[in-house]
Structures are given as C-alpha cells and as structure tokens.
Design a protein around this ligand. Structure first.
Ligand code: HAM
Length: 420
C-alpha cells in the first residue's frame, strides 16, 4: 500500500476555525452589532469577498495595498483582490446606484476581510468586521450618530463608560499643521501613516525626520500637533454627544488613522484597561471617496469594528457570555427499538419550535445523559418501552435535577416556560 503523508489539521496561518463555542461567541458579538445598527435605522447590505484589484490602488492605503492584500490573477487574466476592508466596496455600491438610493443612506454589513499581516495579538489575516456608514450628510450630526452607535454597541456588550474611551481628532487639524510647517502634499500621506503607527515604533523620531528630510520641520510638526488641543468643530461634536448621553469622548490629536481617504473627523475607541490598553476599532469621515467613481462627491462617515479586538475586550473585562447551544432538548434512547418512536416525537416537538436532537450513540442511557450534559443541553427525556406505551415522558432539567412527567403535547409549553 502507498504510504500517504498525513494531512495537517492546522488551519492556514493567521486564520481561525470556529468550533461551536467560538461560533457562539462570534454570533453573540454579531447580534449585538446588528441590533444596535438597526436601532439607529441602519439597513444591512452585503457583497462578495472578491473585488477588482483596481478598486484599492492609490485610493486607500499604500501599506495595505502594496504589502497586505491577497491579490491574484484569475483564469481570465483579471486581477482580483480579497477585500482588505469594506469601505471601497461600500463606496462602489453607493456610487453604482447614486441616483436610486435615497440619501442619506444608512447601511451596515458584517463582512470577513483579509489582510496579509504578521499574525499577533489582535491582528489576524482574516477577521470579521462590522461596517456602519452613513452617506449624504456633511454635518456634524452624522459624525455624532456614528460615534453614538459605536458607543451603543460597547454598552450593549456590557461595557460601561469607564471601560473604554473614544479618542477623536480631525484630519483637518493635520492638514492645517502640514500647511503651516510647509510639508509638500506628496509627502503627507506617508507622514500621516507614520503618525498612525507612532505608538508601536521605537525609532519614530528618526523615521519622521527622514520622511520630512529636515530635522527642524519634523520638530515643528510635532510641536504644532501637540499645541492643538481641540477645535470648534470637535467641541460641537462633544456637545452633541453629551446631549445624546455619550460622555467618554476625548480629543486626542495623536489619532490619525491609516487610510488616505479620511477628510474630517476621525476616531478610535480605546480600551482603558491597563492590561489591554489598545485601540479596539475606529473610523471617520471620507467626503471625497465617492467622487472617484465619477458621480461627484457625496459626504460619508462610518467605522469598522473587528471581532478579534472585541473578543479580547470582552475577555479582559469579564464580559464573555456563557455558552449555550441552540439545542434545548436531547431524546436519549433506552432501548434500540424505541428509536423510531423517539424520532417521531422529535418531529412533533420541532413542529412546536423545540430544538431537539435524538441521541444515536447506542450507549447506555446514563452515558447519553452525561453526553447531553457535557454538550450543555439543558433538558433530556429518556425514551423507552414505558414511555411508548403510556405516552407520558419525564423531562429532566440537567442543571437543577428537577423532573416532571407530561404527555407529548405539553412538553413544548413546559420547556418554553422553564427556559424563560
Ligand atoms: P481599520 O482601522 O483598518 O479601518 O479596521 C477597522 C477595525 O477592524 C480595526 O480597528 C480592528 O478592530 C479591525 N481590524 C483591522 N485589521 C485587523 C486585523 N488584521 N486583524 C484583526 N482585526 C483587524 C477600516 O478598515 C475602515 N475601512 C473602517 C471604516 C469604515 N472607516 C469608515 N468606514
């Protein structure tokens, strides 16, 4: 016989498998994101992970496009990219139907995105990202709404305002500083990206001087930036947010965000926990991106919130939900010939909306019950000759040990009242 190499059970580097408990947590996060977006009047949209590579070139972030995209040539010689973010897709979709979509449009999507990054804490090669964006509003009220939504999701996940901080700045502050220091426009986006990465760099000063190619200018730039503590616009934003009950916004001119398309307000939500003091997610205003599609510019603002950093946050703050499988009931089989009866009973219960699994293991009934318990299924019924004959079933609650014996048509009602 030919000796075969064993296949690896490891997933591809930097991506995850979601076992049921992981998927449960992912679903939990998604449900909170979705609910809050819908509470704000946002509608869900979706798109393929495959995009024309062209969509990203020279329009988003040099670093992401040249170093972090998964790009390949398809069999028809087209250059294809796995989306590294959702904003260009969103802008393309709005631009494609700019005349039909009633503005302002409020849309959200939870999409998987791909970036060829060095995998590390909080950074993977595939993650899920909520994107919530509003197009067609140039005023500060849209910035306030977007931030209030980000705040609402954090609150909905159980965080209180002391657990996180919303750091806000404005790209126009950077532009004004670049103007006054005299930084050429060609250098600005790479300097902005340097500033964005500053906290993670040891040689920031050297790199900045090299990028500006002038020590005095580099110093003047940092000095100007530090001197700017807020603007009238950001104070108006703060006032609106406070009016909406959001009290943990701080102005932080060190926030720059990595993408070239931002034009106004930008923000990052930070964990305040000493052990997890990092950016969790962020977004901002991009009033010129839609114009790239030729239909004129339409103002837009939104944010992207990843599942990886959200999960780390929940863990750091003890906010993880307790796993509960969707299955409410397991029918355990006392003797083999009770199986058809149990399968019929299961069908009846499903018609009444009970989620029910039949145990096919053929093990002793005690072992079947232990298995249900291990799977965290809350209720079991043992089905044997006695149940078949009497038409009455004993429902056992595995966490309390309580039992109750009922006819088939009362089971669903009992489960629903005890599951609350
Ligand atoms: P971004 O900051 O690149 O923004 O990504 C948004 C969020 O996605 C991050 O703050 C983080 O939570 C998560 N994230 C990003 N990269 C990774 C990664 N490699 N691994 C795990 N999580 C990650 C954007 O993508 C913008 N398009 C967001 C936006 C929407 N701006 C306006 N509208």
């Amino acid at each position: 016989m030919v000796k075969r190499e064993k296949l690896s059970v490891e997933p591809y580097k930097g991506v995850r498998d979601f076992y049921p408990e992981d998927q449960f947590l992912l679903r939990y996060i998604f449900e909170h994101m979705e609910r809050v977006c819908e509470l704000f009047g946002y509608e869900e949209y979706g798109a393929s992970v495959l995009e024309h590579a062209e969509l990203y070139r020279g329009k988003t972030s040099e670093e992401i496009v040249s170093e972090q995209t998964y790009t390949f040539t398809d069999r028809g010689e087209r250059e294809v990219t796995l989306r590294p973010e959702m904003t260009p897709t969103f802008a393309r979709m709005i631009a494609a139907k700019a005349r039909e979509v009633p503005l302002p449009a409020r849309w959200y999507s939870i999409a998987n995105v791909f970036r060829y990054e060095r995998p590390q804490r909080g950074r993977l090669r595939e993650h899920w990202q909520l994107n919530a964006d509003i197009v067609g509003v140039a005023g500060v009220e849209a910035d306030a709404e977007i931030i209030a939504m980000a705040h609402g999701i954090m609150r909905s996940l159980g965080a209180d305002e002391r657990n996180f901080e919303i750091r806000v700045s404005d790209r126009r502050i950077l532009d004004a500083v670049y103007d006054s220091v005299g930084i050429e426009s060609g250098l600005r986006s790479s300097i902005t990206r340097l500033l964005d990465r500053r906290a993670k760099m040891d040689d920031f000063k050297e790199q900045l001087s090299a990028a500006v190619s002038n020590n005095d200018k580099a110093e003047a730039l940092m000095e100007h930036l530090e001197r700017t503590t807020s603007t009238a616009y950001l104070e108006e934003l703060r006032a609106q947010l406070e009016h909406m009950g959001v009290r943990n916004m701080v102005v932080d001119t060190k926030i720059t965000r990595g993408f070239d398309y931002y034009t106004g307000m930008i923000f990052e939500v930070y964990d305040t926990d000493e052990n997890n003091k990092r950016s969790l997610f962020g977004g901002g205003r991009y009033d010129n991106l839609l114009a790239l599609f030729g239909g004129g510019s339409i103002p837009a603002v939104g944010f992207g919130m990843g599942d990886v950093t959200t999960r780390d946050f929940l863990e750091a703050h003890n906010l993880l939900p307790v796993y509960a499988p969707a299955t409410e009931l397991m029918l355990c089989i006392v003797e083999k010939n009770a199986l058809p009866h149990a399968m019929k009973l299961a069908q009846e219960l499903r018609r009444e909306d009970v989620t029910v699994a039949v145990n096919f293991s053929d093990k002793r009934v005690g072992d079947q019950i232990r298995q249900a318990d291990k799977m965290k299924i809350p209720f079991v019924i043992a089905v044997g000759a006695q149940e078949r004959e009497s038409g009455r079933y004993t429902i056992k609650n595995l966490s309390s040990g309580n039992e109750i014996t009922l006819p088939a048509d009362r089971i669903a009602e009992h489960l629903f009242s005890s599951l609350g």
